[in-house]
Design a protein around this ligand. Structure first.
Ligand code: XMP
Length: 514
């Protein structure tokens, strides 16, 4: 896409996707690349600006992530954040060393409002600090533009060469005027026009899909989740009935979900797609029998998905393209984008086997964050109920059942989850919680029911609030609601005698259990 672009160069810090999201909130498109990306590749992308992220290392140590100094001579504005700021100073001849006082948390920073980076920012502003090294001497040509009580160089700039360094993290919401600072950089200093908008993205994507597909046949993997639904409708608008949507019921969906998906996308629904439902429950359960390792479960589910599609494609005849609802965090978390370690192989990216029998894959949402996917969905006229539905992972209940997956365990977690969702809706809490679901722990314990000893499973309830699904806090659900859910689950779901509420935030936990 011919789009103004800012590059986020990833040094392995924890907030790197946040940096990219904040930049996009300024209506500027950006992508994340590892610091290992060659200078030539960076130059070839013709960026309007470059942002260097934070990272966990000390830049003066041997073998720590760095970048050659020619990066700063491309004539492209560069903003270094935290570790990125230190790398900039270190490489350009300043001094970075262990700080006498480590700064962590919200910190008052005094800024020089004459700096274009701090235009319209309060003179004393609260910023998020997290560093044990500090810049003790800025590089030649740099002027100090901010300081704190403990940090003499909280920001520095070489205005002539458009190089800016800040020790704090403007991308974190605790930095009160962080978005303003990033806006100043990308819109004013880099001169981006701010043309990254959802309506034009949707229009352009539809046009691009049409050109790319020509008269080809396209098969879409429809899960009923937000991502694949948005992808499917985008494709339907671009190429109409050249598109066939295959919906695989892998037996790991929420209760009644298969029928709900069919009601929306099937022949009775509003979209008039070619819709094929494959009931493959038994096949998946068979493959998963005896498998307990989470990554292996994900891989099996992902591969089996592809196999089912291959078979369906065989029945339909020659198929040129396969559509997937991969989104940007999947790409980055799978280690394909930035510098992040492989946290989980998301089934629609990392788990893709080599022998896919399709010519090409179309991933129309590959560059979008979740909130952008939702906005695209609304642009496409998809109903809000679908666009704002609970996120549901591709591997489904397979990763909400700890350990081996069986039909019986699926039934338990489906029933418990349905009760949980019903009660959350009854209490009017649905839209206030980011994501909530029941999961089945692999733990059985002793209980008593009537006069009988029981030895049954424990269900875990999870509810998190999150802005971006990269970090999350457990949600506070009123005690009475939790109690109602607990007592209904124990009374109504055979095989459960204990209910836990998961308080863990992310990190250190993940949202899903496996
Ligand atoms: P985690 O468990 O990684 O979840 O904290 C973050 C968000 O991603 C969803 N998730 C997935 N979505 N395929 C998907 O399409 C997957 O393999 C997958 N694993 C997790 C999860 O539901 C949460 O919203």
């Amino acid at each position: 896409m011919n789009q103004e672009k800012v590059l986020v160069i990833d040094f392995g810090g924890q907030y790197n996707q946040l940096v990219a999201r904040r930049v996009r909130e300024c209506n500027v498109y950006c992508e994340i690349y590892s610091y290992r990306t060659e200078l030539e590749a960076i130059r070839a992308m013709n960026p309007k600006g470059i942002i260097l992220t934070g990272g966990p290392n000390s830049c003066y140590e041997e073998n720590s992530p760095t970048y050659q100094k020619e990066l700063f001579a491309l004539g492209v504005p560069v903003l270094g954040l935290c570790y990125g700021a230190q790398v900039m100073m270190h490489v350009l001849g300043g001094k970075v060393e262990k700080a006498p006082v480590r700064e962590y948390g919200k910190t008052e920073v005094r800024v020089n409002q004459d700096s274009p980076l701090f235009a319209d920012v309060s003179q004393d502003t609260i910023c998020w600090m997290s560093h044990f090294d500090y810049i003790s001497r800025p590089a030649p040509g740099f002027a100090v533009t901010a300081h704190t009580a403990d940090c003499p160089v909280a920001a520095a700039e070489d205005r002539e060469n458009n190089l800016y360094a800040v020790q704090f993290h403007p991308e974190v919401l605790h930095t009160l005027e962080g978005t303003k600072i990033l806006y100043n950089f990308v819109r004013n200093i880099c001169g981006c026009a701010g043309s990254w908008r959802m309506d034009s993205f949707v229009e352009q994507s539809i046009e691009e899909i049409r050109n790319r597909v020509g008269s080809g046949k396209v098969l879409c993997a429809l899960s009923g989740g937000v991502d694949s639904s948005v992808a499917a409708v985008m494709l339907a608008k671009a190429i109409g009935n050249q598109l066939t949507c295959v919906f695989v019921d892998h037996g790991l969906l929420r209760k009644q979900e298969g029928d709900e998906v069919e009601a929306v996308f099937g022949p009775e629904g509003p979209y008039q797609l070619n819709f094929i439902r494959v009931n493959a429950q038994e096949r998946f359960y068979k493959k998963l029998a005896g498998v307990t390792e989470p990554e292996q479960k994900r891989k099996i589910i992902g591969e089996e998905f592809i196999r089912v599609f291959e078979e369906e494609a065989g029945k339909i005849g020659a198929v040129d393209f396969l559509v997937q609802g991969t989104i940007y965090p999947d790409v980055v978390e799978s280690g394909l984008g930035g510098e992040s370690a492989v946290i989980k192989s998301h089934h629609n990216v990392g788990g893709l086997p080599d022998c896919v029998d399709f010519k090409e894959i179309i991933e129309p949402l590959r560059n979008l964050f979740k909130d952008e996917v939702r906005r695209a969905g609304l642009e496409l006229g998809i109903p809000e109920t679908l666009v704002y539905r609970q996120p549901f992972p591709g591997p489904g209940l397979g990763i909400r059942i700890i350990g081996e997956v069986t039909g019986e365990k699926v039934r338990i977690v489906q029933d418990a989850d349905a009760i949980y969702r019903e009660e959350i809706a009854r209490a009017g809490l649905g839209r206030t919680i980011g994501q909530y679901f029941a999961a089945l722990t692999n733990m059985r314990s002793v209980g008593v029911m009537g006069d009988e000893r029981t030895y049954d499973y424990a269900v875990a309830l999870r509810a998190v609030n999150t802005v971006d699904f990269m970090t999350a806090e457990s949600a506070e659900i009123p005690w009475e609601v939790l109690q109602t859910v607990m007592s209904r689950i124990i009374n109504e779901v055979r095989g459960v005698n204990r209910v836990f509420y998961d308080l863990t935030s992310k990190p250190p936990g993940t949202i899903e259990f496996e």
